[in-house]
Design a protein around this ligand. Structure first.
Ligand SMILES: Nc1ncnc2c1ncn2[C@@H]1O[C@H](COP(=O)(O)OP(=O)(O)OP(=O)(O)O)[C@@H](O)[C@H]1O
Length: 319
């Protein structure tokens, strides 16, 4: 038997979930993954891929139809009393009593916990200190998301479930939330995150699983997931210099159009292609306008993976 002290934070094995009885709809189809303590694991996927369905099973809100889920070594549904005090949950949509203030809402929630953080501390952490006396119904959508995060943090959780935590937040609040999540990770908190912001997953996640149609179709670190996709160098050539004058760049993929001033080169080795390009430009005294060089983004990998799987699914249906 696994010792619950050394068990992974979250273990999911061959998990399945069906809605609407035996002839109903299977939303999660044999999913397995493991989240180590102190890491952030992100579930990505198109709408309806099954992310929230998995989160709810890990939160102990429902019993799986097949397979198993363990949180800190325990069954979150059958052993809810053991697991619940050690986890924090931020649902996709939270319901708050509208006429309580922010501080009253947090105080009421703290009253249900055995050793809560001080209310003032969580409101400061989530940027709500100035809104403590405001009624919940007067909060903006983004402020409600932050109140939901504040409540999830009240119990000093070892494992935090964040279901689309920054949806509706402005860029500044999103950045503040990322900082807070990084701080929690540094303190050893484990986070299971779902998000539609691929940049958010790239910034925060140690490992990522991409889901589609109830299955994991790709998994790995952000670097592993993007490794097979080309980096890009883009620039604008000055008047009088055509793209046909460019040298062959090491590791560049073919396909630079001739006769255009704005050039994008795809490459399997950003450093070597860029070195060749800059060497050529220096030698010829060519100024490259709007020069930009970057590795493949998670967004490109995600779209390619989701696209590949969609194509494979269409082929499967046709055959
Ligand atoms: N209570 C329910 N009854 C029937 N079907 C459901 C129920 N909840 C979810 N589903 C279906 O299960 C599938 C997976 O839903 P889920 O909410 O897990 O997806 P998701 O990946 O979280 O999507 P999103 O990114 O849109 O939040 C969807 O097709 C959804 O319609």
């Amino acid at each position: 038997m696994t010792n619950s002290r050394s068990a992974p934070a979250v273990e999911v094995h061959d998990l399945s979930r069906r809605y609407g009885g035996p002839r109903g709809f299977t939303a999660v189809r044999g999913v397995s993954f493991q989240v180590e303590r102190g890491e952030l694991f992100a579930l990505l996927g198109t709408n309806g891929a099954g992310k929230t369905s998995i989160m709810e099973l890990a939160e102990g809100l429902a019993r799986p139809n097949g397979g198993r889920v363990r949180v800190l070594g325990h069954d979150p549904f059958a052993e809810r009393a053991v697991v619940r005090p050690r986890v924090g949950v931020m649902l996709q949509e939270a319901g708050f009593p509208a006429d309580l203030t922010v501080a009253e809402t947090a105080g009421m929630w703290a009253g249900t916990l055995s050793a809560p953080r001080p209310v003032g501390e969580v409101l400061a952490l989530t940027g709500l200190a100035q809104r403590a006396t405001v009624r919940v119904q007067q909060l903006s959508g983004g402020e409600r998301r932050r109140l939901d995060l504040a409540l999830a943090l009240l119990g000093r959780p070892q494992v935090l479930f964040l279901d689309e935590p920054t949806t509706g937040l402005d860029p500044q609040s999103r950045g503040t939330t990322w900082e807070l999540v990084r701080e929690l990770l540094r303190d050893g908190t484990t986070v299971l995150l779902t998000t539609h912001y691929l940049h958010e997953a790239q910034e925060l996640a140690d490992r990522i699983a991409i889901m589609r149609g109830g299955r994991i179709v790709a998994a790995g670190s952000p670097a592993e997931l993007t490794a097979d996709y080309p980096a890009r160098i883009s620039f604008v050539l000055p008047d009088g210099v055509g793209s046909d004058q460019l040298p062959a760049l090491s590791h560049a993929r073919p396909g630079v159009p001739s006769g255009t001033a704005a050039v994008t080169v795809e490459t399997d080795s950003l450093q070597e292609s860029l070195a060749d390009l800059l060497g050529w430009a220096a030698e010829r005294h060519v100024t490259l306008g709007h020069l930009n060089a970057r590795s493949a983004s998670l967004e490109e990998a995600f779209l390619a993976i989701a696209g590949d799987v969609a194509t494979a699914e269409i082929a499967e249906v046709r055959s």
